[in-house]
Design a protein around this ligand. Structure first.
Ligand SMILES: C[S@@+](CC[C@H](N)C(=O)[O-])C[C@H]1O[C@@H](n2cnc3c(N)ncnc32)[C@H](O)[C@@H]1O
Length: 219
């Protein structure tokens, strides 16, 4: 269920009619297996822990998380009903039991201190600066004390080639990409109260540099 208006909402590939092609585009242009594999690998929770894939899209990462933690309670949230239909089909085809919710990241439908870890991929650049702050506040609220955030997104270009490559993302997703591409996500996470914020990996792709960060809700 949606909890607030979809003003400034950017669908998966920037334009709604492109959503059915999302998996193909991401697979062939972002080294998806490699960077999502790294995300899955760096999550450490108890085998029966509770995990959220925030803005899960078509649930490729959510299904991979369920595969790594078969006993865990895995949730996937997205604001787009259309992409969630693809996600549910993919989970069913893989026999993965996942709890999907349609909601916005700025008003998460979960109680405080609910998740052991939250993972999110290629999402934050969709949010305005104000909604990035609001979303990080919500992520902080629903994470357990000591819980971890694992965030992969387009970040500061590693070199001039990567800077040129990131232009289609700016064109598709607009002004909200600016602070992500300036490398400001760590600073925004610190502003929300996260500590131990560090980059764990970065990957050059057809559309620029993907950077993975890990952060903790402090004890
Ligand atoms: C580029 S896709 C990434 C999907 C997936 N995480 C992945 O890595 O393939 C961005 C996703 O964010 C969702 N989204 C955008 N704004 C949102 C918001 N405010 N709340 C929840 N989901 C949102 C879109 O519907 C889309 O599925």
């Amino acid at each position: 269920m949606k909890t607030e208006s979809k003003e400034n909402y950017i669908p998966a590939l920037g334009l709604d009619f492109l959503t059915p092609f999302y998996d193909l585009v991401v697979k062939w242009t972002t080294r998806e297996k490699v960077f999502k594999g790294k995300l899955v690998e760096q999550v450490e929770i108890a085998s029966n822990g509770r995990l959220l894939d925030l803005a899960c899209g078509t649930a490729t990462l959510t299904v991979a998380l369920k595969r790594r933690f078969p006993q865990a309670e895995i949730h996937g949230l997205d604001g787009d009903a259309k992409i969630l239909r693809i996600a549910r089909r993919k989970a069913a085809a893989n026999g993965a039991e996942i709890n999907f919710s349609e909601a916005l990241s700025t008003a998460l439908p979960y109680p405080d201190e609910h998740f052991d870890a939250i993972v999110t991929s290629l999402f934050f650049h969709h949010l305005t600066p104000a909604n990035k702050r609001k979303t990080l506040g919500e992520v902080f609220r629903v994470l357990k004390t000591g819980g971890t955030l694992h965030l992969a997104d387009w970040g500061k270009a590693a070199n001039i080639l990567m800077k040129a490559a990131s232009q289609p993302i700016v064109w598709l997703d607009g002004a909200t990409t600016a602070d992500s591409l300036q490398g400001r996500l760590p600073e925004l996470a610190a502003g929300a109260g996260f500590t131990e914020i560090r980059e764990t990996a970065n990957f050059g792709t057809f559309f620029g540099t993907i950077r993975i960060h890990k952060a903790r809700k402090p004890l």
